[in-house]
Every structure is written in structure tokens, then in C-alpha cells.
Design a binder for this molecule. Structure first.
Ligand SMILES: [Zn+2]
Length: 264
């Protein structure tokens, strides 16, 4: 399913004296149970061009194609739930057919076996034959950080199902992207830089794997809550409820300008 794309909204959140070169565009902002606002995925842009796709669930590639030419050149996977990885199967085939260069696929080390089991073990993955899932990718196993385009991205395990199975992505000075998670005050209160834009999992109702509205006031300081941009909610009505509670939300197609990385 392709995410319904709203008009692009640029929100100048973090403009310093240096013109920011990074922005984050959401391709989808929904939870896996209801894809009416697309599977949660975002593109880190550098000067408006796609640098890194964060997650690749069902419909992500069609939403990507709506905004950019070609295929993503680099992908980071936060975790291996299908609403975050399903389109990797489509991506490996499209890359093969287009003759694209191998796509850098940054994967937390612990996720590599489950990613292989879920996507790379299907026999005869292309009718043309002689193709396996990994052929289109350059696998880049990640422990706690990786470097791309001269900047260092940091990973932190979050609280989403099994310990160590889901990860936040942090580019200090620019953004903190929680991925799917319960609240993580131990990360946001201690690791965020003042200029980080914080993109946070949040639906209306909490559950054992995701953050809900009531969690935010209980778990986070006011200064952190005022900087949150919420995503991974059920549908457009849920987004409206989050807004009525005083939060900003990301909607499919929205673009958020980011500050310059700090190289801390
Ligand atoms: Zn998940």
C-alpha cells in the first residue's frame, strides 16, 4: 500500500547561523496494524537529496519514488518487524533489474540472523534466477555507530519487544529518531544535544511495545516533551488527538529541517 502523501510541510525547527544541510522527510508515519498513513519510514536528506533511508516497510519504496529519482543508496534498519523491512525484498529485485550499484544496508549486528531468516531464505527469489537477497546490498554490520558522508551516526538499543532487538538512531546536533519503543528517558535525558530534533514513537494508547500519550508526561521532562515530534500512530485521527494534546506530529510527506551535526 502506498502512503497517502500530504502537501510537504517544512518546519524550520533548528536554524542556526549555519544554513542546515540536513532535513528529514517522512515517507510514512503509521503503526503496523493500520497502514492508512503508511509504514513508519523516513529519509535523511542532504541538500534535499536522499542520503539515508530509515526503515523500509510495505509501501516505503513507492513513497520514496514519489519524491526522488532512482532507488535509495543507503538504508538503515531499526528492527526486523515486517512493517519496517518488508520492502527490502522489493528493493533487492528492483536494484537487480535496474543494474544499480550495491545499496549500503546498515544493520545492527544482532539483527543480521533474523533479517536473513525473514527475507533471504526464500528459494528462487527472482524468476530470472541466480539471484539471492543479499546480492543487491552491501551489508554494513553496525555495533554502536557508523559513518556516512563524513558524519557519525550512533545507535542505542531501545525498549521494543526482546532486549536489544530495536534501535534508535542519533546524529548528535541534528536529530534523534527513536524507532519503535516504549519511553526511553535514560537516553533522551542524558544523550540528546540541545539542538537535536527528537522524533518519537507515540500512539494515543500505550501498550507493552509502544509509547502512548500518557507515557510522555510521566516519563519526560517538559523541555524534552516540547521538542518531540511524534510518529508511529494508528491513523490520521490519532494524529489529531496527539496535536490536541499539545504535541507536534509528523505526517506522510512532511519535511523537517535539521541542524548541523556537532561531531561530539
Ligand atoms: Zn516494531
Amino acid at each position: 500500500m502506498t502512503a497517502p502523501l500530504t502537501a510537504t510541510v517544512t518546519e524550520p525547527l533548528n536554524t542556526g547561523t549555519n544554513s542546515p544541510v540536513y532535513s528529514l522527510r517522512f515517507l510514512g508515519t503509521g503503526s503496523g496494524g493500520n497502514l492508512s498513513v503508511g509504514a513508519a519510514a523516513a529519509v535523511l536528506e542532504q541538500a534535499g537529496q536522499p542520503l539515508l533511508l530509515i526503515d523500509c516497510g510495505p509501501g516505503t519504496l513507492n513513497a520514496f519514488a514519489h519524491h526522488y529519482d532512482g532507488l535509495p543508496s543507503a538504508v538503515f534498519i531499526t528492527h526486523a518487524h515486517m512493517d519496517h523491512i518488508a520492502d527490502l525484498e522489493i528493493l533487492t529485485v528492483r536494484a537487480r533489474l535496474s543494474g544499480a550499484a550495491a545499496i549500503a544496508l546498515f544493520v545492527p549486528v544482532a539483527l543480521i540472523p533474523v533479517l536473513h531468516q525473514r527475507l533471504a531464505t526464500y528459494p528462487g527469489s527472482m524468476a530470472e534466477g541466480d539471484h539471492d537477497f543479499w546480492q543487491s546490498f552491501q551489508l554494513r554490520p553496525v555495533s554502536d555507530h557508523f559513518t556516512l558522508s563524513g558524519d557519525t551516526f550512533r545507535l542505542y538499543p531501545t525498549r521494543h519487544h526482546a532486549p536489544g532487538s530495536s534501535h534508535a538512531l542519533h546524529l548528535p546536533g541534528s536529530f534523534f529518531y527513536t524507532g519503535d519503543t516504549r519511553p526511553v528517558p535514560e537516553l533522551l535525558h542524558h544523550l540528546c544535544q540541545a539542538s537535536d530534533v527528537i522524533f518519537h514513537d507515540c500512539g494515543v494508547t500505550p501498550n507493552p511495545s509502544h509509547t502512548g500519550l500518557d507515557d510522555l508526561t510521566r516519563e519526560y521532562r517538559d523541555d524534552i516533551r516540547s521538542r518531540l515530534i511524534l510518529y508511529h500512530y494508528a491513523d490520521a485521527a490519532a494524529a489529531d488527538t496527539l496535536i490536541q494534546a499539545g504535541y507536534r506530529v509528523a505526517r506522510p510527506g512532511d519535511v523537517f529541517r535539521l541542524g548541523t551535526p556537532l561531531h561530539v
